[in-house]
Write a protein that binds this ligand. Structure first.
Ligand SMILES: *Cc1c(COP(=O)(O)O)cnc(C)c1O
Length: 424
């Protein structure tokens, strides 16, 4: 028997993401999870206040979803998606069409968020290439985050991630996010960019920039930018990997917009956090540009695990729950609880700003913190020691709890945040 605990064994051969292993303390080993709770190897429990990177929105080890996946696994485990097809993918495409913005017509499958963005960018570049046009520039928001592969990283503006790779990235020009008071300014900046460059696409996180610290922007402003792109024949790509599946109060953040994006990327809560899978959906017009008697005008892009049947089964079960009365009720409750809590703390001396949209609550602190600095780590540990898992983004504390979180668990997180505000 191995007598060392998991955290000790972990250190021997594992290299963790987003970690400086010389400075990091041992990783906490989670052995079990149920609904909104995580259990470590010493039997301590933690409330998952961010739904494990906003994926497990219907709760950990959700029995309904596990059953659907088990059933699928026993019937058809996996098969290639090139040349072959299967019912879970077909059914999922039909379901997604019911809930996605009306202009979406085709679903392309990938296996994670970054690869969904990667496919979207390649689609946009080839869309023009197939038409004999060379468009070499992308437009993106400052401080956006779209993933860690090269195309996605290029579109991301958070330099703490991209530093060593900047010389190798795609050409991207950035605009600030539109706020209520700068829409005209951002619009004219975008106009200028469209004039001076051969732009292929505008990539954005609609309404909420997740990794930037749950920063919000104006839907009216975003609508104006999308319209400007459409008038200039530039494709628009909505990265709904974080915002998708009800987190902003509607099924998708794009549902707040009048102008539909041409391409939409989904992952994370797509499979309720149960399986790595993603999709890149697009309008009929985008798809049509790839139809030709010339083979090479097709989209020659594939990942081995595209449209994995078990992931599709998880996604179908998740979507069935998303629109169920019980989950709808919880979503409404969480938003109103967030709103009351926000009111209560907004005048606290440590609070610079607090904002709520759907089940997302974000608190900007008056305290300066580096993104991966020691004060931020102290805050992270402060929460953990009190049985709450939150991952502050620099000096922004945010909550994005699973829909199934109980009222008491929500209250405990609020109380712990209040205690942190009084302590730090
Ligand atoms: C998480 C995330 C991604 C990247 O997804 P991965 O599965 O981690 O590659 C891209 N965009 C947004 C908005 C995300 O939140």
């Amino acid at each position: 028997m191995n007598v060392e605990n998991l955290s000790t064994r972990d250190k021997k051969h594992l290299w963790h993401p987003l970690s400086q292993h010389k400075l990091n303390k041992p990783q906490m080993a989670i052995v079990k999870a149920k609904d909104a709770l995580l259990f470590d190897e010493d039997g301590n429990e933690y409330i998952d206040g961010i739904a494990s990177w906003y994926t497990v929105m219907y709760g950990h080890s959700n029995e309904y979803i596990v059953a659907a996946m088990t059933k699928q696994m026993q019937k058809l485990d996996f098969v290639m998606f090139s040349g072959l097809t299967h019912e879970p993918a077909i059914q999922l495409s039909e379901k997604l069409m019911e809930i996605l913005p009306k202009n979406q017509a085709k679903i392309f499958f990938n296996d994670n968020g970054s690869t969904a963005i990667e496919a979207a960018i390649k689609m946009a570049l080839q869309y023009f290439h197939n038409n004999g046009e060379k468009r070499d520039t992308l437009i993106a928001f400052e401080d956006g985050f779209h993933g860690d592969t090269f195309g996605a990283m290029s579109a991301s503006g958070l330099s703490s991630y991209n530093g060593p790779f900047e010389d190798f990235l795609l050409k991207v020009v950035r605009i600030p996010t539109p706020q209520e008071d700068n829409i005209e300014e951002v619009k004219s900046k975008l106009s200028q960019i469209l004039k001076e460059n051969n732009c292929a696409a505008f990539v954005f996180e609609p309404l909420v920039q997740g990794a930037a610290g749950m920063k919000f922007h104006s839907s009216k402003g975003l609508d104006a930018l999308i319209q400007l792109c459409q008038e200039n024949d530039v494709l628009t790509i909505a990265d709904e990997i974080m915002t998708g599946f009800g987190k902003t109060g509607k099924n998708f953040a794009s549902d707040y917009l009048v102008n539909n994006p041409d391409i939409i990327c989904l992952s994370k809560a797509l499979t309720a956090g149960m399986f790595p899978l993603s999709i890149t959906s697009c309008s009929q017009a985008v798809f049509n540009r790839f139809l030709s008697d010339e083979v090479h005008k097709g989209f020659f892009h594939a990942h081995t695990f595209s449209a994995h049947p078990i992931g599709c089964a998880a996604a179908l079960a998740g979507i069935a729950l998303l629109n169920s009365p019980e989950i709808q009720k919880r979503r409404t409750y969480i938003e109103s609880a967030h709103t009351s809590f926000a009111k209560k703390i907004k005048n606290h001396e440590k609070v610079k700003e607090v904002r709520v949209l759907g089940v997302i609550l974000a608190i900007d602190l008056n305290i300066e913190m580096e993104r991966y600095g020691s004060l931020r780590d102290k805050l992270y540990n402060f929460f953990l020691e009190r049985g709450v898992l939150l991952r502050p983004l620099g000096s922004t504390i945010y909550m994005l709890p699973p829909y199934v979180i109980t009222n008491n668990q929500l209250q405990k997180i609020y109380n712990t945040i209040t205690e942190a505000l009084d302590t730090f």
